[in-house]
Design a protein around this ligand. Structure first.
Ligand code: FNR
Length: 190
């Protein structure tokens, strides 16, 4: 079987290290996982004024989430929290009220920064948001990536075998987690 993974890159920067990380993760992931990026850069800033007549960008985002078997967030940490562009996209996906597209979706959170904190505080913020949105999260392994340009090629090549091994393991565990949550969500399962 194959599983559709929708992924968010939480950075709009043209030379985003998190986009580079996303390429590496896709290369190292099990073959059963098929990745599609869910774009966030053209979304207006959300307000509930849009709920009565949800715009095409918002509908497309919700459909992309709902069509995915699992969601992966690959994001930087901005000022010890979630980048505004990514939080905006999550707000869009959560609304209109009663149509939260993240409900019961298996999720993974990973991110890179040049510093040693490795997006740990962003990931902690994300867990609060995703818990509120009833989205199960891969709890372990955790992955706080200190980005090193000698290790990560821009095309997604990982030039250090222990880093590649760690990320491969992360993606294997993520794939197994997605399958477990899908099984638990299946009709007839208590
Ligand atoms: C940062 N950066 C950063 N890094 C970090 O580890 N913790 C933080 O809280 C912040 N805060 C922060 C705020 C803002 C507004 C910017 C622009 C940057 C540095 C950040 O990790 C670095 O710029 C990365 O390159 C961002 O990832 P992308 O955008 O390259 O994927």
């Amino acid at each position: 079987a194959t599983y559709k993974i929708g992924y968010f890159v939480g950075s709009l920067a043209s030379r985003s290290i998190n986009r580079t990380l996303s390429k590496a993760l896709i290369k190292l992931a099990p073959e059963e996982l098929e990745f599609t990026e869910i774009p966030i850069k053209d979304l207006p800033l959300y307000s509930y004024d849009y709920d009565a007549d949800f715009p095409p960008e918002g509908r497309a985002l919700k459909e992309a989430i709902e069509d995915s078997d699992g969601i992966l967030f690959v994001s930087p940490e901005y000022n010890r929290s979630i980048p505004g562009a990514l939080k905006n996209a999550i707000d869009w996906g959560s609304r209109p009220w009663g149509t939260n597209s993240f409900s019961r979706k298996p999720t993974g959170i990973i991110g890179a920064s040049p510093g040693g904190i490795g997006t740990a505080v962003m990931q902690s913020s994300m867990r609060s948001v995703l818990s509120f949105l009833d989205a199960p999260q891969l709890n372990a392994p955790e992955a706080y990536i200190k980005f090193n340009a000698d290790v990560f090629g821009e095309d997604g090549d990982v030039r250090d075998e222990s880093t590649a091994k760690f990320l491969r393991h992360y993606m294997e565990e993520y794939g197994a987690f997605v399958q477990r949550v899908l099984a638990a969500n299946a009709p007839g399962h208590i």
